[in-house]
Design a protein around this ligand. Structure first.
Ligand code: FAD
Length: 360
């Protein structure tokens, strides 16, 4: 029987909440080279809910496109995870890089991410993807999965953790992802009744890659600077401003910012709220999904990830909502669903059951 310490969830224990706008495009991320006013602009944006997972992949592919350019001096627009990893891949190929960005971590969407290996989350609408794009995705995911594994260490805040998904369906343990080959997802085990502490019949157990943004992003910034890069704080209002840069090779990693800066009308936000509780060092597992979720909330995903900076509770994706205010209703839903789950779990041997906290 798997023994798992319980997470202490209540509205009173919340230490902070963050709201991020995932940069979603129904037809998937943009990765291509274009010519604009005699300059080369390589686009690398629109990673939806998958940017923390995929960025090393599209960064490598963007840097490969840059090799076709004669100059070895490049401007990278954006200092989120996509801009920072792109800057590093350009540096690894011998480019002198300056990052230009309105905001740097911790004030970027990348910092407000959960962030697990979720290479296809909020990424693409099935009907809108092309065979060419799908091939780019597989290539990006292959590169990124390998690269992140090389970086698993306290220095980068990347580690493996066991994830549990309580479920009533034995079928849901297949773990197939229609967009990616099997080996890009870790193996799953279906735990039988009596083998797990959840109130459901089964639980799916699988190793999950965890990235801690508060450690990872500053480490990437340090790497960019240590390899001779520069970071300039600057907001671009128009493409004309971008064209006035001295660099002739520009890589656009502005995420949602590309909507206005480069006129990509397909880009839209998927608003996501995270609620944080104080760290519980004894909690060494994550959960996906809840239990006894009210009928009107089924299908809405909830998840818990323990990190150095707190226990993260999430599970919202509001399509097309561009405001960054905290929705009291969504916050209450995330908290209530997790209270129900942990109150119904069997405590580890020798621990008293958790007193259920009333729903608010
Ligand atoms: C709640 C939540 C949970 C998530 N969970 C996961 C997860 O588990 N796994 C995962 O892989 N991903 C996850 N994501 C998605 C991930 O966070 C994004 O895909 C990723 O952060 C996008 O990175 P980015 O660098 O493109 O954008 P950003 O981090 O937004 O960076 C954009 C950069 O461009 C700059 N910029 C934009 N416009 C301009 C301009 N006009 N002039 C100058 N600079 C500009 C910004 O200042 C910033 O520096 C999650 C996101 C949210 C909100």
């Amino acid at each position: 029987m798997v023994q798992l310490p319980l997470v202490r969830v209540s509205a009173e224990r919340v230490i902070r909440q963050t709201v991020g706008l995932r940069p979603h495009r129904p037809s998937g991320f943009v990765l291509k080279s274009a010519t604009l006013d005699h300059k080369t602009v390589i686009h690398n944006y629109g990673h939806g809910g998958s940017g923390m997972s995929l960025s090393w992949g599209t960064a490598t592919m963007a840097a490969d496109l840059a090799m076709a350019h004669g100059e070895r001096r490049a401007a990278v627009l954006g200092s989120g995870v996509v801009g920072l990893t792109t800057a590093r891949m350009l540096q690894r190929r011998g480019f002198a890089v300056t990052i230009y960005a309105e905001r740097v971590p911790p004030d970027v969407t990348s910092n407000w991410s959960l962030a697990a290996w979720t290479p296809t989350s909020g990424l693409v609408e099935f009907a809108k993807r092309t065979p060419e794009w799908s091939a780019q995705l597989v290539q990006a995911a292959e590169i990124a999965y390998r690269q992140l594994q090389f970086m698993a260490s306290p220095r980068y805040g990347i580690s493996w953790i066991m994830n549990y998904a309580p479920t009533e369906s034995a079928e849901s343990a297949r773990g197939e992802n229609a967009l990616l080959p099997r080996h890009l997802n870790s193996e799953q085990t279906l735990l039988q009744p009596g083998e797990h502490p959840f109130p459901t019949t089964y639980a799916i157990e699988r190793p999950e890659m965890r990235i801690e943004p508060n450690i990872y992003l500053p480490a990437l910034m340090d790497d960019v600077l240590n390899f001779g890069g520069h970071i300039v704080i600057r907001k671009f209002e128009t493409t004309r401003d971008v064209m006035a840069l001295s660099e002739n090779l520009i890589v656009n990693c502005t995420g949602l910012g590309a909507k206005t800066l480069f006129g990509d009308d397909e880009l839209m936000p998927l608003k996501g709220l995270l609620v944080l509780l104080p760290p519980q060092p004894e909690v060494h597992y994550s959960t996906s999904g809840g239990w006894n979720i009210p009928a009107d909330q089924r299908g809405l995903f909830v998840h818990m990830m323990p990190r150095t900076d707190g226990i993260v509770l999430g599970g919202t994706s509001e399509r097309g909502v561009a405001t960054t205010d905290v929705s009291d209703k969504e916050k209450a839903r995330i908290i209530a669903n997790h209270i129900t789950l942990f109150a119904a779990m069997k405590p580890p041997t020798g621990h008293p059951p958790m007193a259920p906290t009333p729903r608010r």
